[in-house]
Design a protein around this ligand. Structure first.
Ligand SMILES: [Zn+2]
Ligand SMILES: [Zn+2]
Length: 191
C-alpha cells in the first residue's frame, strides 16, 4: 500500500491535463514562466530560487496517459571550482516523459515500478522531472572558463587576474643552515 500525496493544482509546477479529455491524439502547447523551486541544481551550480524558468511544453494524450515533451530554460549561478569566481550561465534542458493515468494501472504494480511517472487526478507534477533534467545537464566541476588557471597554491592569489603572479624562490631556513655548514666544512678540509 502506498500513499500518494495529492498535488496542489495551484502549485506553479503542477499542470492540469483535463483539457485533453483523455482523448488520445488531443494535444496542447503550453508556454509559461514559473519561479524556480528551491535547490534546483547541484551544490556548486543552481538556478536561484524564484528565478524565472521558461517552459515550452507540449502535452499529448496517448492511450496510457499524457506524453509531455518540451524544453525548460533558466539561468544558473554558482562558483568556479578552481578560482571561486562567481559563474552565471544558462541551462536549457529537454523534457520527455510519459505520465500514466493513476487509474490505468493498479497501485500494486506501480509500487513495484516507481520509475513510472503518474498523473494524480489528471494533474501532472513537473518538478521531479525538471530537477532530474537540470541536475544531469550541469557540469559537476563548473569552471569560469575552460582554461581557468585557478589560485596560487602559496598565497591564494587569483592567477586569472594576476597572470604575472610569481614568488621568489623561498629560502628554507634549514637549507640556509646547511649551506653555512657546508661552507665551514669545506673551509676546514682545505686547511
Ligand atoms: Zn575560475
Ligand atoms: Zn602567490
Amino acid at each position: 500500500m502506498i500513499t500518494l500525496t495529492s498535488l496542489d493544482p495551484r502549485a506553479p509546477l503542477v499542470l492540469d491535463t483535463r483539457e485533453l479529455s483523455r482523448r488520445p491524439g488531443s494535444q496542447r502547447e503550453v508556454s509559461l514562466t514559473v519561479p524556480a523551486p528551491a535547490e534546483l541544481g547541484i551544490e556548486v551550480l543552481s538556478v536561484p530560487e524564484g528565478a524565472p524558468v521558461e517552459l515550452d511544453l507540449r502535452l499529448e494524450a496517448v492511450m496510457e496517459g499524457v506524453l509531455l515533451t518540451g524544453t525548460a530554460q533558466a539561468v544558473v549561478e554558482g562558483e568556479c571550482v578552481r578560482c571561486l569566481d562567481p559563474i552565471s550561465d544558462d541551462v536549457e534542458v529537454t523534457l520527455t516523459e510519459l505520465f500514466v493515468y493513476d487509474d490505468a494501472r493498479d497501485r500494486d504494480s506501480a509500487s513495484e515500478d516507481d520509475e513510472v511517472s503518474m498523473l494524480d487526478d489528471d494533474l501532472l507534477d513537473l518538478e521531479p522531472l525538471l530537477r532530474d533534467a537540470v541536475v544531469l545537464a550541469l557540469p559537476f566541476q563548473p569552471l569560469c572558463s575552460p582554461d581557468c588557471p585557478g589560485l596560487c597554491v602559496e598565497c591564494g592569489a587569483n592567477l586569472k587576474h594576476e597572470p604575472e603572479h610569481s614568488h621568489e624562490a623561498p629560502i628554507d631556513p634549514r637549507w640556509a643552515a646547511l649551506t653555512g655548514l657546508d661552507a665551514e666544512a669545506s673551509s676546514s678540509t682545505t686547511e
